[in-house]
Design a protein around this ligand. Structure first.
Ligand SMILES: Nc1ncnc2c1ncn2[C@@H]1O[C@H](COP(=O)(O)OP(=O)(O)OP(=O)(O)O)[C@@H](O)[C@H]1O
Length: 257
């Protein structure tokens, strides 16, 4: 059974169809790229998967369950996590606290337990801290657990954001332009990290990227969006030479002058 199935999904904002007739099947363990020029509809695809928007039409199933239009917190609990194009960490909170925040999605402390803070509450807190530290160790950020997240270099903030997403124990991870703002060497390093994360955490990953070369090295399959529609799909090498894709990207360069 596919992990995620999107069937002819359309998302319209008034007269604008940001995504139209979008169909995607993700098999467990795949690392798939979603690319396309600015405004093509990539982030909107993430927003309908994660419940930010209810699609205007079409079906979205995750592990066989219909999830279209369910609240984002429910979708996180079902096993879908995401990162954002603009890093959304709590800059003034520590690295460790940023991870602990994510556990709120997973752990029901219970109202009375939280009020009385009995022994089991404290034991649970300790267990979560240990787990968070273990996760930070895995992503080589444990030395910085006490630093404010905002003080980390950009690349480490990206890693922390991915670690925070992992803390919700997802099956599917959605990464929105994780290499944005990085130079090619940093971007490459991040892609290797993403590959490692996939196998270490047994994940399926859908990766949005604007720049083709970054996606080409890491994804097994790529979908290309242009004006909300899939214009090409296939292995990176096939996509790279597809005339429609080249045209879409050239059009963008011309528009940028
Ligand atoms: N909430 C909204 N209301 C109205 N229009 C929207 C909304 N969200 C997105 N759009 C429009 O939908 C289109 C697709 O936007 P989207 O952000 O999905 O593109 P993108 O491919 O992620 O672009 P970028 O690479 O610039 O991030 C754009 O024209 C955008 O202006």
């Amino acid at each position: 059974m596919p992990l995620l199935e999107m069937d002819r999904v359309t998302m319209a904002f008034g007269g604008l169809r940001a995504v139209e007739d979008f169909t995607l099947r993700l098999e467990p363990g795949e690392l798939v790229g979603l690319i396309g020029p600015n405004g093509a509809g990539k982030t909107t695809v993430f927003n309908v998967i994660t419940g930010v928007y209810r699609p205007t039409a079409g079906r979205i199933r995750f592990q066989g369950q219909d999830i279209a239009g369910r609240p984002p917190a429910d979708i996180t609990r079902l096993g879908i996590a995401r990162t954002f194009q603009n890093i959304r960490l709590f800059a003034d909170m520590t690295v460790l606290e940023n991870i602990l925040v994510a556990y709120n999605f997973r752990v029901a402390y219970g109202f009375w337990r939280a009020i009385f803070r009995g022994p089991s509450f404290h034991a649970e807190e300790r267990r979560l801290r240990d787990e968070a530290m273990e996760l930070l160790r895995l992503v080589h950020l444990h030395d910085k657990a006490g630093y404010p997240a905002g003080s980390l270099p950009y690349g480490e903030q990206r890693r922390l954001e991915i670690a925070r997403a992992l803390a919700t124990r997802p099956r599917l991870l959605l990464l929105d332009e994780p290499a944005a703002g990085m130079n090619p060497a940093e971007g490459q390093e991040l892609m290797e990290f993403i590959r490692w994360v996939r196998s270490r955490f047994d994940l399926t990953i859908l990766l949005i990227e604007h720049h083709m070369p970054i996606v080409m090295g890491v994804c097994e399959r790529v979908l290309v969006l242009d004006f909300g529609r899939v214009i090409a799909e296939g292995k990176p090498a096939e996509i790279q030479n597809n005339p429609r894709v080249i045209e879409a990207y050239l059009g963008e360069e011309e528009a940028a002058g």
